[in-house]
Design a protein around this ligand. Structure first.
Ligand SMILES: Nc1ncnc2c1ncn2[C@@H]1O[C@H](COP(=O)(O)OP(=O)(O)OP(=O)(O)O)[C@@H](O)[C@H]1O
Length: 260
C-alpha cells in the first residue's frame, strides 16, 4: 500500500461506552508510517478495547479511526483488512492439521480473495505459492515446511501466526501480546523476528512485558482510564512523571518484586 497520508493510523477523540460506562474517553494518537508502537497501561485501562476499535471488532461511540488517511469507523474487520490493516490475536488462529506451508498459503489466498475477482484469484495461485515460500523463509520455518502446525513448538506456532498476519501485505500490523507464554530466550529471538518481518511497516502491539516493550518499540503509548496520557520514545516515557505516577512506577516495583 502506498503512503497517501502523513500518518498510517490516527485516533481522533475516540470514545467507546459499554452501556453507561465510558471505557475509551477521548483517545488521541498519531502513528507515523513505519513506526513501531507499544500500547501499555494498567489492567482494565482499555488497551484491548482500543485494539478492537481499530480492527473493527467494535464500532466507536464517537470520534474517528483513520487508516492510511481514510476514516474506517464502524467498517467490518474484513473491510479494514482490505484497506491495509492486519491483526493477530493472542489466541492462535492457525489451522493445527495443516502444514506450515499450507497455513501460509491459506493466509495468502485468503487475503487475495478480498482483492481479486475469481478468475484473477485462480491465476494468482502460482503467486500464492511463491509468496507462501517467501513468508516461510521470513519467519525462519522453511526447514519445517511440511510439519503440521500442531507439531510445532509454541514459539514456532506464534511465528507462523505472524507469517499469516503479514501474508496479505498489510502496511499496519496489530499484534496482541506477541510473546505471551514464551521463555526469556524465545522472547528475545521473537522480538528480533518481529523486527525483521515488520521492516517498513507500522506495528502496534498491546504489551505487558516491559522487556518486550523497550526491546521492540520506537514509541510507547500509555493508556490510563481510556485516554492516551503519553505518546513518546521509550526514554521519554520512562522519564515522564505523569506516567511514573499513573503506571510505570508500579510496574517497575512489581518487576523488582518478581512479578510480571
Ligand atoms: N464487550 C464489553 N462489554 C462490556 N465491558 C467491556 C467489554 N469489553 C471490555 N469491557 C470493559 O472495558 C474495560 C477495559 O477493558 P480492556 O480489556 O480494554 O482493558 P485492557 O487495558 O486491555 O486490560 P488488560 O490489560 O487487563 O487486558 C474493562 O472494565 C472491561 O470490563
Amino acid at each position: 500500500m502506498t503512503a497517501t497520508s502523513e500518518f498510517a493510523l490516527e485516533l481522533k477523540d475516540l470514545r467507546k461506552s459499554f452501556g453507561r460506562s465510558e471505557i475509551i474517553r477521548g483517545a488521541n494518537l498519531q502513528v507515523a508510517h513505519g513506526e513501531r508502537v507499544a500500547i501499555i497501561g494498567p489492567n482494565g485501562a482499555g488497551k484491548s478495547t482500543l485494539f478492537n476499535l481499530i480492527s473493527g471488532r467494535f464500532a466507536p461511540t464517537s470520534g474517528d479511526v483513520v487508516l492510511n488517511g481514510q476514516r474506517i469507523n464502524g467498517l467490518p474487520p474484513y473491510e479494514i483488512n482490505r484497506r491495509g490493516l492486519s491483526r493477530s490475536f493472542q489466541i492462535t488462529n492457525i489451522f493445527p492439521k495443516l502444514s506450515v506451508f499450507e497455513n501460509l498459503r491459506c493466509g495468502v489466498l485468503w487475503s487475495l480473495g478480498y482483492k481479486y475477482t475469481f478468475l484473477r484469484f485462480l491465476s494468482g495461485l502460482h503467486d500464492a505459492n511463491a509468496r507462501a515460500e517467501e513468508l516461510m523463509r521470513m519467519i525462519h520455518l522453511d526447514k519445517k515446511r511440511d510439519v503440521l502446525a500442531t507439531n510445532l513448538t509454541y514459539a514456532e506456532q506464534r511465528a507462523l501466526e505472524i507469517g499469516i498476519t503479514i501474508a496479505g501485505g498489510a502496511n499496519v500490523i496489530l499484534l496482541d501480546e506477541p510473546t505471551a507464554g514464551m521463555s526469556r530466550s524465545e522472547t528475545k529471538r521473537f522480538i528480533s523476528l518481529i523486527r525483521e518481518v515488520t521492516v517498513g511497516k507500522t506495528l502496534l502491539t498491546v504489551e505487558h512485558d516491559m522487556g518486550v516493550v523497550f526491546g521492540l518499540a520506537d514509541k510507547i503509548a500509555v493508556v490510563v482510564y481510556g485516554e492516551v496520557i503519553a505518546f513518546d520514545t521509550p526514554e521519554a516515557v520512562r522519564a515522564n512523571q505523569r506516567v511514573q505516577e499513573a503506571y510505570l512506577g508500579s510496574v517497575v516495583a512489581d518487576n523488582q518484586a518478581g512479578g510480571h
